[in-house]
Structure formats: structure tokens, C-alpha cells
Design a protein around this ligand. Structure first.
Ligand code: MN
Length: 256
């Protein structure tokens, strides 16, 4: 039995299952809203080309309109000033898009404090308890935020000071950038905290991780169905040539 036939047998027998960790992609999918004077991307819309009518009697199809960073999506290094000479989404090695999923569960903390930030002490504590992060891992920051996904107001959670959602401190981002992970996945609209625009540097996860050739994955859900370790993450962004990111489908293969 090869490794692949073993995996297929496990999937067939129920010893392993595939968990879709992707948020549905629709015109209602929340997208990042930057304050003026910054420009924003557009949400998803479908433009009908034909729907079994005179424009296409036997087929339905649409044009899609949206930004690269809509819904569950991958951030490539080229998205950020610190990584602008690095990989665009099409040149990321597939081996970096598949790797061990390591789930850090801070859902209790993020529920108690929407501005909760992951600090080096949290990451050091994890390593002290569970050992080093696996090389090439996708570190998945479980906050429970995806439970707000159907309610754009609750998902953005903004007040007069801007959005409030959990993330990583600048020092925490530096810690992650120096680690052996392939990428960092979150349940929120972006890989940085809601208040990260005011941090030093602004948006430190983007700054440090994309500058260190590590990738981001956003708006994940169903992370509560993953074990702390032992699952395999598969992220599949579109290979947009020169693209700074792409909507992505992401799966976890989870042992029963
Ligand atoms: Mn993005």
C-alpha cells in the first residue's frame, strides 16, 4: 500500500474525513473596508452571461467580479511592501500550500476580548507545552470569529475607532516570521487584527510574514472540527499571474 492508497482507504472507510474550512463566497461575503483616503476592492458579484435562454440555450454561466482578497483567500508576499519583490500567488510552490495544520485555540480569549492579540508569550507557552511547531506547518488561529460570518456587522465589529477583531501583536508577528511555518490562517477578514492599522509597524502580520515569504489564509471556518495537530491542510488559490492573492478553497484532511 502506498501512502496515497492508504489515505484513500482511510477516506473510504471513514478513518479520515475532509473538512471544508472555506467560507461561502457570495455578494454578502464580508470584505475589508479601509477608511478614506484608501481605495477598496469590490465584493463578489455575478453577471449572468446566459441561463438556458437565447444567449445560451443549453448552458448557464456567469462573469465574476471581485477583488483578489475576497472571502477565504490567500495573501501572497507581493501583497505587501515588505514582500513586493517576492512571490505572486501563481509562483508559490504547491508544496507550501499543503502542510500540517496546527490549531491554536484562543476562542475563549477572543470571545472575552474581541481585541485579543496573540503575543510571543502565548506562542512560547504553546511550544513549551506541545513542542516546536512542525516545519512547513499552517498555523491556524482559532478564535471562534467565523460564528459571526453570516452577520457582516458583527463580523466587522466596528465602532468609532474602527473594527475590533482578534489578531497578533507586532512582537507575535515577528515570532511567527522567524518560525518554520509556511503560513498563518485566521477566521477574520484579514490576517491582522481589526485595530492593526494603528500598530507599529501598521498591519504587523502582513509586514513581517509576507516579508518573510510566509503566506496568509483568511476567513476560515470549522476550525473547531480540527484536532490541535494531526490534520493536513490543503489551500488552493487560483494561479493569477502576478496576483497579490486569490480567493481560495481550503480543506483539512482530519483523522477520525
Ligand atoms: Mn488579503
Amino acid at each position: 500500500m502506498t501512502a496515497i492508497t492508504g489515505l484513500l482507504a482511510a477516506l473510504a472507510s471513514g478513518d479520515a474525513e475532509i473538512v471544508d474550512v472555506t467560507a461561502p463566497l457570495s455578494p454578502q461575503t464580508p470584505i475589508l473596508q479601509l477608511p478614506p483616503p484608501f481605495a477598496n476592492t469590490i465584493p463578489l458579484s455575478l453577471e449572468k452571461v446566459s441561463e438556458f435562454d437565447e444567449d445560451g440555450p443549453f448552458w448557464g454561466w456567469n462573469n465574476i467580479h471581485t477583488g483578489e482578497h475576497t472571502g477565504t483567500h490567500l495573501d501572497a508576499p507581493k501583497h505587501w511592501a515588505t514582500g513586493r519583490d517576492g512571490h505572486s500567488v501563481d509562483t508559490i510552490a504547491p508544496s507550501r500550500l499543503i502542510g500540517p495544520a496546527v490549531v491554536l485555540d484562543f476562542s475563549a480569549e477572543a470571545t472575552a476580548d474581541p481585541d485579543f492579540l496573540l503575543e510571543p508569550a502565548h506562542l512560547d507557552g504553546y511550544v513549551a507545552e506541545h513542542g516546536p511547531l512542525q516545519e512547513g506547518a499552517w498555523l491556524l488561529f482559532r478564535t471562534g470569529w467565523s460564528s459571526r460570518g453570516a452577520d457582516p456587522v458583527a463580523f466587522t465589529n466596528a465602532d468609532e475607532n474602527g473594527p475590533h477583531s482578534p489578531g497578533v501583536s507586532a512582537a507575535g508577528a515577528q515570532w511567527l516570521a522567524a518560525s518554520g511555518i509556511s503560513g498563518f490562517g485566521v477566521e477574520t477578514v484579514g490576517i491582522d487584527a481589526g485595530q492593526a492599522g494603528g500598530m507599529q509597524p501598521p498591519f504587523p502580520v502582513h509586514h513581517h510574514l509576507l516579508g518573510a515569504d510566509k503566506y496568509g489564509l483568511t476567513q476560515l471556518q470549522n476550525l473547531d472540527r480540527l484536532p490541535r495537530t494531526g490534520a493536513l491542510l490543503v489551500a488552493a488559490p487560483l494561479p493569477i499571474v502576478g496576483g497579490t492573492g486569490s480567493p481560495a478553497r481550503a480543506f483539512a484532511i482530519v483523522p477520525a
